[in-house]
Unconditional design. Structure first.
Length: 188
C-alpha cells in the first residue's frame, strides 16, 4: 500500500532512515542526537509504514518494561492513528500495533532471556540503546539473523566517549554522517 502524505509531517531524519531501512547492504541503523531531535518519532514513522507497506513484523524495545508505554509505544501509536485516517487498518492494542496481518510488538528487556524468539521480526529497534548493556546487544545481533535485509536499529542521546557503544561498536566500523538538509526535499 502506497500512501501520499503531506511531507510536512516528516522530519528530514525520516528520509535517511527510510533509505537505510530498504538498503540490503545495511545491517545497522544508528541514530544519535540530542533530546527532542525527532529520533524516536522518525524511526517510529518508518517502522509503522514498513509494517503497513511490506507486511513485516517489527520489534521495538526499551531496556525496562515500565518505560515502554509512555515512550516508543506512545509515539508509534500516535503515528499509527494518523495513518489510520487514510487506511482504516491500524489497530493499537496493549503494547502491540496490528496492521492487516503484520504487527509492531513493544517490550522491555528487563531480563536478557526476553530476547529469545526474535528471529521472526524483520527489524528490531532499541530505543535509548545506551541503557542496554553490551551483552543485550550481542544477543540481539546473534538472534536476529537469517532473513535478508534484517536490521538492528538503535537511537540514543549524547553519551560518554567510554560507553560500550562507542568502544565496542562505533569505533570498530566506518560510519557515514548524513546531511541534515536533503536535496530535492522542500526542507532544502
Amino acid at each position: 500500500m502506497n500512501l501520499t502524505i503531506d511531507w510536512k509531517l516528516y522530519n528530514p531524519l525520516y528520509w535517511h532512515i527510510k533509505e537505510a531501512l530498504y538498503d540490503p547492504d545495511i545491517r545497522y541503523i544508528f541514530v544519535y542526537g540530542g533530546s527532542s531531535s525527532g529520533k524516536t518519532y522518525s524511526v517510529g514513522q518508518n517502522l509503522v509504514e514498513n509494517t503497513m507497506e511490506m507486511h513485516h513484523n517489527n520489534l521495538c524495545m526499551r531496556k525496562y518494561s515500565v518505560d515502554v508505554d509512555d515512550t516508543i509505544y506512545a509515539d508509534m501509536s500516535e503515528w499509527g492513528s494518523k495513518l489510520n485516517k487514510y487506511t482504516g487498518n491500524v489497530r493499537a492494542m496493549k503494547r502491540k500495533i496490528e496492521i492487516d496481518e503484520a504487527k509492531l510488538q513493544f517490550r522491555g528487556m528487563d531480563k536478557s532471556e526476553r530476547i529469545q524468539g526474535i528471529s521472526k521480526y524483520q527489524n528490531a529497534y532499541k530505543d535509548e540503546i545506551t541503557h542496554f548493556n553490551f551483552d543485550d546487544f550481542k544477543q540481539m545481533r546473534k538472534r536476529l539473523r537469517g532473513r535478508p535485509n534484517q536490521k538492528i536499529i538503535g537511537s540514543w542521546n549524547p553519551i560518554n566517549i567510554n560507553h560500550w557503544i562507542n568502544k565496542r561498536v562505533l569505533s570498530l566500523e566506518e560510519w557515514e554522517d548524513l546531511p541534515t538538509v536533503i536535496d530535492g526535499l522542500p526542507y532544502s
